[in-house]
Design a protein around this ligand. Structure first.
Ligand SMILES: C[S@@+](CC[C@H](N)C(=O)[O-])C[C@H]1O[C@@H](n2cnc3c(N)ncnc32)[C@H](O)[C@@H]1O
Length: 253
């Protein structure tokens, strides 16, 4: 891991509680989670690697929704300690391991699904992104799937646009075609006031290309799924007309 890559994930040191709070936002609960779970399909009895698990939000949900073995891995030790602390008080049988891009380290061929929510926006260059896709193939059984949520490179620099969802995005000035495109993120949901988290936005073409080069096929962009009746429909209009993320799935050939 080079210095820029190290900085990209060290931003999360001691943000476990922050991510648990943001995890309760209507944006995540009623749109992001339903979209991600629809993309995964039936997970009963499956083994799932939650890569970049952070505070373990998805790892716990996967267990509760009937997955078998769920392992959350993250490069930030304090995130893993936070998730392990929750597992101690509310035992679900989820496992948590500190692990960076050098994965799978002992998890070769062990999983039906690799899930990666908001981790690709912390990959800082094409080499790292492509290596990550290659490594994720090593964790999967033949026919296993990768499901990921990435930041949208189509996002405009209009920080207040997503404020009602609990975050602001500041797309950096960069020459046309810069990839990944740097973009800063503020979290402002509820009591949160986390400013200037550095992220990187990938184009759809790059994500699809990296998946193919690694040996995935059946690449599919997943439409947003909204849990009806929770929030007024008008709340969703801005994000549906200009999404801040792409969700995709693909299968190991
Ligand atoms: C935005 S958080 C998302 C956490 C979780 N997936 C969720 O949806 O709540 C991104 C996480 O990815 C981790 N991360 C960033 N770069 C990483 C890398 N190269 N390898 C492993 N984890 C990484 C960070 O430590 C952080 O916990």
């Amino acid at each position: 891991m080079n210095a820029t890559q190290h900085e990209a994930h060290m931003q999360f040191d001691h943000l476990g509680e922050t991510y648990d709070i943001f995890g309760r936002s209507p944006f995540r609960q009623f749109m992001e989670y339903p979209t991600t779970f629809a993309a995964m399909g039936d997970i009963s009895g499956l083994s799932i690697l939650d890569y970049g698990c952070g505070s373990g939000l998805y790892t716990r949900m996967l267990k509760r929704k009937g997955a078998n073995r769920c392992v959350g891995v993250d490069a930030t030790p304090s995130m893993i300690e936070h998730a392990q602390g929750i597992e101690k008080s509310t035992a679900l049988g989820a496992e948590y391991v500190v692990m960076d891009d050098k994965f799978p380290q002992g998890f070769e061929g062990a999983f039906d699904i690799v899930l990666a929510v908001y981790v690709l926006p912390f990959m800082t260059d094409v080499e790292q992104l492509e290596a990550w896709f290659r490594n994720s193939t090593k964790c999967l059984r033949p026919g296993g799937r990768l499901v990921a949520v990435s930041g949208s490179s189509d996002t405009k620099n209009d920080p207040g646009y997503f404020q009602q969802y609990g975050f602001r995005l500041y797309k950096d000035e960069a020459p046309e075609g810069t990839e990944p495109h740097p973009c800063k993120l503020d979290l402002c949901y509820d009591t949160l006031d986390n400013k200037g988290i550095q992220t990187y936005l990938w184009t759809k073409a790059r994500l699809e290309d990296a998946s193919k080069k690694a040996g995935f096929g059946d690449f599919e962009w997943c439409e947003p799924v909204i849990k009806e009746g929770k929030v007024d429909q008008s709340f969703w209009e801005p994000v549906l007309s200009r999404p801040n993320t792409y969700t995709f799935r693909c299968t190991l050939l």
